[in-house]
Design a protein around this ligand. Structure first.
Ligand code: IVH
Length: 668
């Protein structure tokens, strides 16, 4: 074959192979057999081998690049990749609509509803029709260049018929079937399976070797043009139609809705249809259709005002409760936890859920052996929603909290006004162990590399009896522990050494004196400046401090009267642990130095130790504001039991979430 003829044939082969590829991967309507496709592909490979200069980057043979990358280059997006605000219920959707209506001064407008594909946002850039760059979203401004991996997705055209630069955005994902098959292979190989299709897609596209992505059967739906101005289209739906015409794969379930009622109906219609889709969706995206109106509405720093993502409520599943285990916390509280037959909920496998206390077990009438409904509050914390009484066989057994501590056999006591049962034995090994775990934790002495497991192991091996023993550990002792290498041992010793320099409040909080939370520890350290001064303080001196109440003052005096506490403090001093406050002196500290001062807090879910009103009053007394709904202005969300959409919203907005205990610690 001469070169001219070869060039002509190459062009023909590009055209037919691209067409067959499009029919198979985009339209899902193949017109030729796999064998015919392969035969043509082999012919092209053969010609390209002979005339290497005829091999172009958009050739159908170039989907899987041979090269393994060292790293991904950074890509700055020409147009920022914004994320979306969230709606969790009808009220949120109507709120969104009200704002749109207001901002558009009552002009008429329509919406486009689309499925919210649960994958990975990517951006594809075409220059003079050629696919030149594909990138991840990254932080919205800068992502990573994953062109080689994206080229392996067969539904992405390598060339389009469009001369000017076009940047399109979409969601790369792994279909459910491919995900199941991939995890089956991983299981067989004894490898850790992916938690969900989203992680699998992201993990595949973040591989430096494109052959891995090529083997993963990824797909994509494009949902927008980043620079629509240049295309001549005037609406989002026309933009999607243009993407179709250019050979991109878009999702056909989209719908133009003329008003918010239609949107709400569309959203509702997908709740039941969702499990039947061959890919996962986590919600519905609603966008104002007119591009002109989109421009009028504009965007905040994070997300456009013309679009919102409705997130489906937490998935609920049924599983069997096979047992209840008990754990003893550092204050002696015994907490029951449900042991569940492993079940997948909202992307992960759940095997345990806290039951909090016996009252809750009674309230929900939970019995051993029951089938229960599980959900993840805010898509994170597993929770037993209710029992399915109809599935009882009569074999289920009532659960009773023990009368004695499961760890030390000390008597369990229910203190007045509390729902919890407590082990009152100060020598209870569980309490000692948990107390030490608290001592090393981040807000206390912050000893890195000393997690729960390490502390438990050190205690079990009798290397530490109390926290002062941490400062006597040697490298020889550490490297003999399971899973402790030389490097981790060195790091741990260094972290222990560094903790000696902490300011007094960290040590005070770490000691775990009853009712003394992180904030109170700071107040005490500021007032007394040294451990000795605090240890000698009497009730009067303590309660003279605004934030210190009677209960806490009594607990502090009682604590420092214990002979074992004096001994512990002497040991810590001897080890070289700092006992002095190093922060700003009291006079310089503002009056409103409460944690809650100026903060907006939202309370949600059931609280057990405080009523909502009490919590509100106490937060307000400390200068905080309690609000009913979560928004970007919220600083903190207190999530009690069965917290629902507000917790989910807080998580979405990356707002701090505390449980009731943490609130109590801070209030106290
Ligand atoms: S539009 C400025 N449409 O959901 C608008 N996003 O925060 C940008 N997603 O990570 C997004 N399906 O990748 C849009 N049909 C769809 C979508 C969609 C999934 C993802 C997107 C982003 C997140 C929204």
């Amino acid at each position: 074959m001469d070169r001219n003829k070869a060039a002509q044939r190459v062009q023909e082969l590009h055209n037919v192979l691209n067409q067959y590829n499009y029919e198979y991967y985009v339209l899902d309507q193949p017109s030729v057999s796999d064998a015919e496709y392969d035969r043509l592909m082999q012919e092209l490979i053969k010609i390209e081998n002979e005339f290497t200069d005829l091999q172009t980057p958009d050739s159908p043979t170039q989907r899987v690049g041979g090269e393994v990358l060292d790293m991904f280059n950074k890509v700055r997006h020409d147009t920022a990749m914004l994320s979306l605000g969230n709606a969790f219920d009808e009220t949120d959707l109507r709120d969104f609509d009200r704002k749109v209506k207001q901002a558009l001064d009552e002009e008429s407008y329509s919406y486009v509803c689309e499925l919210k594909i649960d994958g990975l946002a990517v951006s594809l850039k075409y220059e003079q029709g050629l696919f030149v760059q594909g990138a991840t979203r990254g932080d919205g401004t800068t992502g990573e260049d994953i062109t080689a991996n994206l080229k392996t997705i067969r539904s992405i055209p390598l060339r389009i018929n469009q001369p000017f630069t076009l940047e399109v955005r979409g969601e790369a994902f792994m279909p459910k079937q491919s995900f199941i098959a991939l995890n089956a292979i991983k299981d067989e190989k004894g490898e850790e399976p992916f938690a969900n299709p989203r992680n699998a897609a992201a993990g595949s596209l973040r591989q430096l070797d494109p052959r891995i992505a090529a083997s993963r059967n990824l797909d994509i739906f494009l949902y927008g043009v980043a620079n629509p101005g240049e295309t001549g289209v005037t609406s989002h739906s026309a933009g999607l139609d243009l993407l179709d015409d250019l050979g991109f794969k878009t999702n056909k379930q989209r719908k133009v809705c003329d008003n918010i009622d239609e949107v709400i109906n569309y959203v509702a219609s997908w709740v039941d249809k969702r499990p039947d889709l061959p890919y996962e969706i986590d919600g519905i995206v609603i966008k104002v259709n007119s591009l002109e109106q989109q421009r009028e509405l504009g965007a905040t720093a994070k997300s456009p005002r013309w679009a919102i993502a409705y997130k489906f409520p937490a998935e609920e599943v049924v599983t069997k409760l096979t047992g209840i285990t008990l754990s003893v916390g550092r204050t002696g509280v015994v907490t029951p936890t449900a042991i569940l037959q492993p079940v997948r909920v909202a992307g992960t496998t759940v095997q345990r859920a806290s039951l909090h206390n016996e009252d809750l077990i009674r309230e929900k009438d939970i019995k051993l052996g029951d089938y229960v409904v599980i959900k993840k509050a805010g898509d994170i914390i597993p929770e037993v929603v209710n029992v399915i009484a109809e599935r009882r066989t009569g074999e289920e057994e009532e659960f009773h909290m023990p009368t004695h501590c499961p760890e030390c056999d000390g008597e369990l006591v229910r203190l007045e006004g509390e729902v919890a049962l407590r082990c009152m034995n100060p020598k209870c090994p569980a309490q000692i162990r948990e107390g030490m775990i608290h001592f090393v934790s981040r807000n206390a002495m912050n000893i890195d590399g000393c997690g729960e497991k390490v502390v438990a192991q050190l205690y079990r091996e009798h290397l530490i009896q109390d926290v002062s023993d941490l400062y006597k550990l040697t490298k020889e002792q550490l490297i003999n522990l399971e899973r402790m290498g030389e490097k981790s041992a060195d790091n741990l010793l260094q972290a222990i050494e560094a903790s000696k320099e902490n300011s007094l409040e960290k040590l005070l909080f770490g000691l775990g004196i009853r009712h003394v939370g992180a904030k109170a520890a700071k107040t005490l350290a500021q007032h007394f400046e040294t451990m000795d001064a605090l240890a000698e303080a009497n009730l009067e001196q303590l309660t003279a401090i605004h934030e210190i109440g009677d209960k806490m003052a009594e607990a502090i005096v009682a604590y420092f009267h214990l002979p074992e506490v004096s001994e512990l403090i002497e040991n810590l001093k001897a080890a070289g642990v700092n006992m002095v406050y190093k922060g700003p002196k009291l006079a310089a500290v503002e009056q409103s130095d409460s944690f809650f001062a100026g903060k907006t807090v939202v309370l949600t879910g059931k609280l057990h130790q405080l009523t909502r009103n009490e919590a509100k009053e106490r937060i307000e007394a400390l200068g905080g504001k309690v609000s009913g709904s979560v928004s970007k202005k919220t600083d903190l969300v207190i999530a009690g039991e069965e917290a629902g959409s507000k917790l989910a919203k807080a998580t979405e907005l990356d707002i701090d979430v505390w449980d009731e205990q943490k609130l109590l610690d801070e209030l106290n």
